[in-house]
Design a protein around this ligand. Structure first.
Ligand code: FAD
Length: 338
C-alpha cells in the first residue's frame, strides 16, 4: 500500500531512529546518553535501528562512537572534520540536512540544549520536517510517534504528532529520561560519512570564546534547592552545596524574586533534575516544583511547616528553621570532610 501523505512525502521511505550526539571538545553532553536510552526503546517498538550521529574534529579517534554502541546504538555515523570544531550552527545544520535528505530517518532526537535548539531548525526548515521543541515525553501509541511537551506556560501537556512529514524531529529537555547504561559487549557498526561542508562556504568564524557561568544543575549528584523560606539568603545554601560538591537550585518564586538565575529553576517550567541527593530548603512542594525533582534518589526537606506538601515527597523531613538547620548541616559536613 502506498504511504504517500497529503504533503507528497512517501513516509514509507523513512525509517530508523536517530540521535544527535552532542559533544564539545570531546566531552559528550549527558542528554545524549538520555536520548540513546529513550531512542533504544522507540527503535525497539518501531522494529527499526537506533542510529547515532557524531560530528566533530578527530571524533573518530575518541571512544565516543564506541560509547554510543555500548549505550544502545546499532549504527554510528561519524562526520569527522575540523569544520565541526568549535560548534557553529551552519556547518552542523548543513551536514545534518544532507544526511537527512540522503538517509531518510523516520525520527530524529536532539538534546534541547543551547546547541540542539540552535541548529534543529536549520535542519527542519529545508527538509520540511516536523519539529517539536522541548519535549518531555516521547511515546509510540498504536504505531504512531507522539511527542509531548508543556504548553500554555506549563498549564497543559500538549501531544503533537507529525503524520505528513518526515523526519519527525524532537528536541528533548535534558534530565527527563534516565541515561543509558553502557554495555561494553554490545556490537554495532561504525561508518565514516562524507563531509559535505567546506570551511570556505560557512558564514561564521569563531574569533574568541568566553565561557560564562553555565552550571548545569541537571548533571549534579547533589542539588541544594532554596525557596521563598530562604528570604533571599542563599549564601548558606551555596556553602552547603560547595561542601557536598553539588549545585544550588531554586523554586520558581525564588527565581522570580531575582535571588538566583533562571537557569537554576527546578520544575515544570524549569529544569528536571534527578540527583542522588536533593535538599529542599524553605520550599513548600507545589506540584509544579515536584515535577522537576521527584525522581531524585533521596529527598531531604527542611521546612518550618510540618504540613508542607514537600514532606509527602521527602525521604527525610526536618521540621525547623532553615536558617538554623542549614548552618548545622554545614558544621557537620565540615567536621566530617574527608
Ligand atoms: P512557597 O510556596 O511560598 O513556600 C515557601 C515555604 O517555605 C513554605 O512551605 C514555608 O513553610 C517555608 N518556610 C518559610 N520560612 C521558612 C524557614 N525559615 N525555614 C524553613 N522553611 C520555611 N514552581 C517551581 O518551583 N518550579 C516551576 O517550574 C514552576 N512552574 C510553574 C508553572 C505554572 C504554570 C504555575 C502556575 C506555577 C509554577 N510554579 C513553579 C510555581 C509554584 O506553583 C509555586 O508557587 C512555587 O513552587 C512556590 O515556591 P516556594 O515553595 O519557594 O514558595
Amino acid at each position: 500500500m502506498a504511504a504517500t501523505s497529503d504533503s507528497g512525502v512517501d513516509i514509507e521511505e523513512y525509517d530508523d531512529v536517530w540521535v544527535f550526539v552532542e559533544q564539545h571538545d570531546g566531552e559528550v553532553a549527558s542528554v545524549t546518553w538520555e536520548l540513546l536510552s529513550k531512542g533504544r526503546d522507540l527503535a525497539d517498538e518501531r522494529g527499526e535501528d537506533l542510529v547515532a550521529l557524531v560530528m566533530g574534529e578527530d571524533v573518530a579517534e575518541t571512544d565516543i562512537p564506541q560509547q554510543c554502541i555500548a549505550r544502545g546504538a546499532d549504527r554510528v555515523l561519524v562526520a569527522d572534520d575540523p569544520v565541526f570544531e568549535p560548534y557553529r550552527s551552519d556547518p552542523y545544520g548543513e551536514q545534518f540536512r544532507h544526511l537527512v535528505e540522503t538517509r531518510k530517518p523516520a525520527v530524529a532526537l536532539i538534546g534541547g540544549t543551547h546547541t540542539g535548539r540552535d541548529f534543529a531548525g536549520r535542519v527542519a526548515v529545508p527538509t520540511h520536517a516536523g519539529l517539536t521543541a522541548d519535549c518531555t515525553e516521547l511515546e509510540m501509541e498504536d504505531g504512531r510517534y507522539e511527542m509531548r511537551r508543556p504548553a500554555f506556560g506549563g498549564d497543559a501537556l500538549a501531544t503533537i504528532i507529525c503524520p505528513e512529514h518526515r523526519p519527525q524531529m524532537s528536541t528533548v529537555r535534558p534530565g527527563v529520561f534516565p541515561a543509558a547504561e553502557p554495555d561494553e559487549d554490545r556490537d554495532g557498526e561504525l561508518e565514516d560519512v562524507e563531509v559535505v561542508v567546506d570551511e570556505s562556504e560557512t558564514m561564521t568564524e569563531v574569533l574568541d570564546r568566553e565561557v560564562g557561568d553555565v552550571a548545569d544543575i541537571t548533571d549534579a549528584d547533589v542539588v541544594v534547592a532554596g525557596g521563598m523560606g530562604t528570604e533571599g539568603d542563599f549564601e548558606p545554601l551555596w556553602e552547603l552545596a560547595d561542601l557536598l560538591d553539588g549545585e544550588v537550585a531554586a523554586s520558581r518564586d525564588a527565581v522570580e524574586e531575582g535571588w538566583i538565575e533562571p537557569a537554576r529553576q527546578v520544575g515544570q517550567t524549569g529544569k528536571t533534575v534527578r540527583p542522588k541527593l536533593y535538599i529542599a530548603a524553605g520550599i513548600s512542594g507545589a506540584i509544579q516544583h515536584l515535577e522537576g525533582m521527584d525522581d531524585s534518589e533521596t529527598v531531604v526537606a527542611i521546612n518550618t511547616d510540618p504540613n508542607a506538601p514537600i514532606f509527602d515527597n521527602a525521604d527525610y523531613g526536618i521540621v525547623g528553621d532553615l536558617h538554623e538547620v542549614v548552618p548545622e548541616l554545614i558544621e557537620y559536613f565540615e567536621e566530617h570532610e574527608e
